[in-house]
Design a protein around this ligand. Structure first.
Ligand code: SF4
Length: 280
């Protein structure tokens, strides 16, 4: 399907639907990877999700395209196929008081890229999923228009929100982001009362310095009563093949070892927010 026209308006651009995910929110989930991102993080492991249009690639001598426009009702139908594995989201489902969230009923997670860039197109999908009692999560960098975030707060039950480079100049130059927009959106999301887990990618040379860690800690301190948990996420180079398939240079950054990750966790321990070290 080509961009433009009514069919395009009623569709979502995605690159993958991953069933039986265990690390994208409570329980067993279906994770939908939306194509298009507002940032250009130098360590990104999902280069196929950066551009907001389908992209030709070549891998192992075979040609393909990253990105497919899927009709909203078709996407909802695919997500509902695994409803039996999600478990029931009954009226008392309460993530804030549930303790370990992995033991809770699952659902659908929108990821990316930046999934909220297509939030208006996700609304009918969310309405269908909610009608069927399915829990919805989103993974977001929060570099989006406040109107998109407002819609997301209305329709998304649980958020993973990133904390990355917190220096205004470096955010602009290294990630191509507007830090003021991000900080405003983070406040809006946390003040909304929706449950939010913070994800901090710990990337050598970008987010692991003493100043980076201090800035992240200060931000978490400000909102500590509104944050469900913090995940420290170690960088990985799993996107190398995808960069090559797109003819893009493979990003390089310094490794952060387990000891440094543990030290970072200890630095955050005084906040009394649960902190996990993850590799995603
Ligand atoms: S926000 Fe995520 S998907 Fe977007 S560039 Fe950064 S790491 Fe990649």
């Amino acid at each position: 399907m080509e961009p433009g026209g009514k069919a395009f308006e009623n569709s979502v651009l995605l690159t993958n639907i991953q069933r039986f995910s265990l690390h994208d929110g409570p329980g067993i989930r279906t994770t939908v990877f939306l194509k298009g991102c507002s940032l250009r993080c130098p360590w990104c492991s999902n280069p196929e999700n950066l551009s907001g249009v389908p992209q030709a690639y070549t891998k192992d001598g075979l040609d393909g395209v990253y990105g497919e426009y899927m009709a909203q009702d078709a996407l909802a139908e695919v997500c509902l196929r695994d409803k039996g594995f999600y478990g029931e989201k009954n009226g008392s489902w309460d993530i804030k008081n549930a303790g370990e969230i992995s033991s809770l009923p699952g659902g659908v997670t929108f990821s990316g890229g930046e999934c909220l860039l297509q939030m208006d197109r996700l609304v009918p999908v969310c309405e269908t999923l909610h009608r069927n009692g399915v829990h919805i999560a989103a993974e977001t960098c929060l570099f989006v228009q406040p109107s998109a975030l407002g819609l997301a707060i209305k329709y998304i039950d649980f958020f993973y929100a990133d904390v990355k480079i917190l220096d205004e100049t470096r955010c602009r130059e290294e990630e191509k982001g507007d830090l003021k927009l991000y900080l405003s959106n983070l406040g809006m999301l946390l003040d909304s009362g929706r449950p939010v887990a913070i994800r901090i990618p710990v990337i050598g040379g970008y987010t692991d310095g003493a100043g980076d860690r201090r800035a992240a800690r200060d931000l978490m301190e400000k909102y500590k009563r509104k944050i469900l948990k913090i995940e420290l996420v170690k960088g990985h180079n799993l996107g190398e093949e995808k960069y090559r398939s797109l003819g893009m240079p493979v990003p390089r950054y310094m490794d952060v070892d387990d000891r440094q990750m543990e030290n970072y966790r200890e630095e955050l321990s005084g906040l009394h927010i649960p902190v996990e070290i993850c590799r995603i």
